[in-house]
Design a binder for this molecule. Structure first.
Ligand code: PMP
Length: 286
């Protein structure tokens, strides 16, 4: 079954999907994106992802490529045409195509929209969660506006590559004061000896993950105590449990930080429980 991509108004074979050389996303990273989980054919937490997309676009003063209803239709149609039952849908909006010049293009330039979808084997991702992942820590050398979900991801790319070269699955960024900010594509959590669920406040220095927000709801329903504050790498290494959250990894236990085992070195029971409860709290159309 050939994969299909949506590119600026057309559904085209994935292998032939192209954007212009002067697309501002290609030349400047001048664009934003979202990744949404697809579960049993349904988009998980679409509303929250599209709300965050709206915010990212507003912050960068990029126009909406189309109405929410139309965008929602394109997402669904891309999922349908690719026959994805479990997987991910990716959408990207850039400021559009214009002669290369750093400042915004003069006049009305249409934003460019690309949507792709791919299948992910749910058994494989569940297996990864049951094994737990190793993370390394790297200095957070990103810009200040990491709250915007921009496609300019070079520090994240380098961090993730460093993780891969160290045999780890994720890299946690650490700020100048020694506090963990977040992962290269995940939010970071620890559980301390008293059972506090600790994650950095989303006010500054991190992306407000949709999965993070849903997990906050899960904690409330489970009577687990949320503490939104920064934690250090040393604290994380002493934690009872650690885990990451993202639409791609859902809740995935961390079993090693910089080569040091967390807890008993096996996935934490609370993290696995949060993972199992996750979809009860996410918004999924019937
Ligand atoms: N932080 C960063 C830097 C990310 O790229 C992501 C994934 N998009 C997340 C956190 C997690 O966000 P979400 O739960 O919305 O996938």
């Amino acid at each position: 079954m050939p994969r299909i991509a949506y590119v600026n108004g057309r559904y085209v074979p994935h292998a032939q999907a192209r954007v212009h050389v002067e697309d501002r996303g290609y030349q400047f990273g001048d664009g934003v994106y979202e990744v949404c989980e697809i579960r049993q054919g349904a988009l998980v937490d679409e509303r929250r992802h599209l709300d965050r997309l709206d915010r990212s676009l507003r912050e960068l003063r990029i126009r909406q490529p189309m109405s929410r209803a139309a965008l929602s239709h394109v997402l669904r149609e891309t999922v349908r045409r690719n026959r994805v039952r479990d997987g991910l849908v990716y959408l990207q909006v850039t400021r559009g195509v214009a002669p290369r010049d750093h400042g915004f293009p003069a006049g009305e330039v249409d934003p460019a929209l690309v949507v792709t979808a791919k299948s992910v084997d749910p058994v494989k991702s569940a297996g990864a969660a049951e094994a737990g992942i190793a993370v390394i820590t790297v200095p957070d050398n990103r810009w200040e506006r990491v709250d915007i979900k921009t496609v300019a991801l070079l520090p994240n790319v380098l961090a993730r590559q460093a993780a891969a070269e160290a045999g780890a699955a994720e890299a946690w960024f650490v700020d100048a004061k020694g506090y963990v900010t977040e992962g290269s594509s995940t939010n970071a959590w620890i559980i301390d000896g008293e059972g506090h669920m600790i994650t950095r406040s989303a006010d500054r220095g991190i992306l407000r993950g949709i999965t993070r927000s849903v997990v906050v709801d899960v904690l409330a329903s489970e009577g687990l105590e949320l503490v939104e504050r920064a934690f250090t790498v040393e604290e994380a290494k002493r934690a009872r449990e650690a885990f990451v959250t993202s639409a791609t990894k859902l809740v995935t236990p961390v079993v090693q930080i910089d080569g040091q085992a967390i807890g008993n070195g096996r996935p934490g029971a609370i993290a696995l429980r949060l993972r199992s409860l996750y979809h009860k709290h996410a918004e999924i159309p019937a």
